[in-house]
Design a protein around this ligand. Sequence first.
Ligand SMILES: C[S@@+](CC[C@H](N)C(=O)[O-])C[C@H]1O[C@@H](n2cnc3c(N)ncnc32)[C@H](O)[C@@H]1O
Ligand code: SF4
Length: 374
Amino acid sequence: MEVKSAYIHIPFCVRICTYCDFNKYFIQNQPVDEYLDCLIKEMQGSKTKVLETVFVGGGTPTALSYEQLKRLLIAITNIFEIKGEFSFEANPDELTLEKVQLLKDFGVNRLSMGVQTFKPELLEILGRTHNTSDIYQAVTNAREVGIPSISLDLMYHLPKQTIDDFKDSLEKALAMDIDHISSYGLILEPKTQFYNMYKKGKLKIPNEDIGEEMYEYLLERMQHSELHQYEISNFGKIGHESEHNKVYWKNEGYYGFGAGASGYVDGERYSNVNPVNHYIKKIKNNERPLLNSTRPTKEEQMEEEMFLGLRMNQGVNKSRFNEKFNLAIETVYGETIGDLIQRELIVDKQGFISMTERGKVIGNVVFESFLLNV
Ligand SMILES: C[S@@+](CC[C@H](N)C(=O)[O-])C[C@H]1O[C@@H](n2cnc3c(N)ncnc32)[C@H](O)[C@@H]1O
Ligand code: SF4
């Protein structure tokens, strides 16, 4: 399996959001320069140097100073030849004209901005650093320097968020003629501030029905926009789908560089250690900065092929399944597929198995059906 993609993790943020359990640390007093040295060293060690997609995420890559960002960009573009998509995650208030010009100068051709909502009260509850006008300014800056593809992240099913609030944020994003939207329902993650508040009875999350209603509205509204759905939570104009994320959903290989990053290389799924200091220490000792590593069995690989592929509207490619596993999909999953088709949760069409609209709303039920040996 040839690796053609890389994920690069920057685990620093200017403020920690109330709901976030990603691998991120408050940037102040962190050894950021030392971290970058180690990250660069890890990337230099990779076998493949020609890549189709690179995604720099976090944490928040734009939390780096201009000089740090420049050093990172010089290193990435010296080490790798990037043939296709070069994406960066960004927070709106940090996307200054200077920083976005720098990104453009080094070939970044896609930005994914963490907007979450346009409503000031909700931005406050989420602990975000930006306000509504920062969102407009960031998009203006990105367009001014000529970034060809701009994506916004929007969250729903938030505390105190009404359906009208969500509709309003979606309209505001669409009114900007944005190229791509990712929209995620809130997941209440343990060890977050939200979770602790919830446990103490100090945070009310709208009930599940509201979350489902918001998602159904999202699907319906996007059908009447230029952004077509191509994955459960992702919508893009033609030519603006995230090529990098499609690598994950097609169950293809990718490198993961940096603290807490995961990768899938030559049949090995691995994750790097999370704490920045552990990561730095391992790299300095010339050790792999591994937290864990597994080699999925053939059965596990088939399950992954289904879970990941079904996330895409296109679905699972039956002939690719056959090529990868040397087995027809019907031989492995014939009964399950028949049952789910009858329940109108999936369809088998033009060589692909994909979820129906109803299937997407209760996606977990569909995914569970594809577990082998339960
Ligand atoms: C981890 S952030 C990294 C990028 C950037 N720092 C930001 O905040 O946008 C990527 C996206 O994950 C989503 N996200 C993070 N925590 C989440 C949670 N608990 N539930 C749902 N979505 C979440 C948000 O939409 C966010 O934009
Ligand atoms: S959501 Fe983004 S900005 Fe907020 S803490 Fe998580 S990674 Fe940092």
